[in-house]
Design a protein around this ligand. Structure first.
Ligand code: AR6
Length: 172
């Protein structure tokens, strides 16, 4: 399918995604959508208890898909919860499922009219996906997905992740 929509502008930063001033931040959640550790825990803490209350009404989310909620106390108006694959060595559809997370998150962002979206490095923490191939999938999928989103910011939590994304995006 062809599209005349331009690709979003891509930005790279190191920091805490919960403080991002964008329309939507993406959460690396689990299939329950009821919170956890890592970026999921940080987002729930920053958004306040209204977030988990809202998530309880959603009935979970399968791996590779995404659901949107309000951001409640966050600066971001929306949280897009997506469930990355658990890394099992790469032969259990992990690359396809991770790419689906980025595509589905952009789709949800478009549906609510979000123009700017911040992504963490989905699956690269607790779920064990190696950062270099994960960054490659993140950048290639966002670049190749038709979307109304105008700005995508990749928010890295450490220098190793930043370097992996930089290798994909090239120096500024
Ligand atoms: N801002 C940006 N990135 C962060 C932050 C933050 N505040 N905190 C961690 N990261 P992870 P996963 C980075 O483990 O691998 C949860 O318990 C982190 O350095 O948060 O998809 C869920 O409930 C890493 O690069 O998510 C699930 O059970 C990236 O975010 C499970 O973990 C993702 O690490 C999901 O595992």
């Amino acid at each position: 399918m062809s599209s005349d929509r331009p690709s979003p502008r891509l930005e790279l930063t190191v920091g805490d995604i919960t403080t991002e001033q964008v329309d939507a931040i993406v959460n690396a959640a689990n299939e329950t959508l009821l919170g956890g550790g890592g970026v999921d825990g940080a987002i729930h803490r920053a958004a306040g208890p209204e977030l988990v209350a809202h998530c309880r009404t959603l009935g979970g989310c399968p791996t590779g898909q995404a659901k949107v909620t309000p951001g409640f106390r966050l600066a971001a108006r929306w949280v897009i919860h997506t469930v990355g694959p658990i890394w099992h060595g790469g032969d259990r559809q992990e690359p396809a499922l991770l790419a689906a997370c980025y595509r589905e998150s952009l789709a949800r962002a478009g549906e609510v009219g979000a123009r700017s979206v911040a992504f963490p490095a989905i699956s690269t923490g607790v779920y064990g996906y190696p950062i270099a191939p994960a960054a490659q999938i993140a950048v290639e999928t966002v670049r190749s997905t038709p979307t109304t989103v105008e700005l995508v910011r990749f928010v890295c939590f450490n220098d190793e992740a930043f370097d992996a994304y930089l290798g994909m995006l090239g120096p500024a």
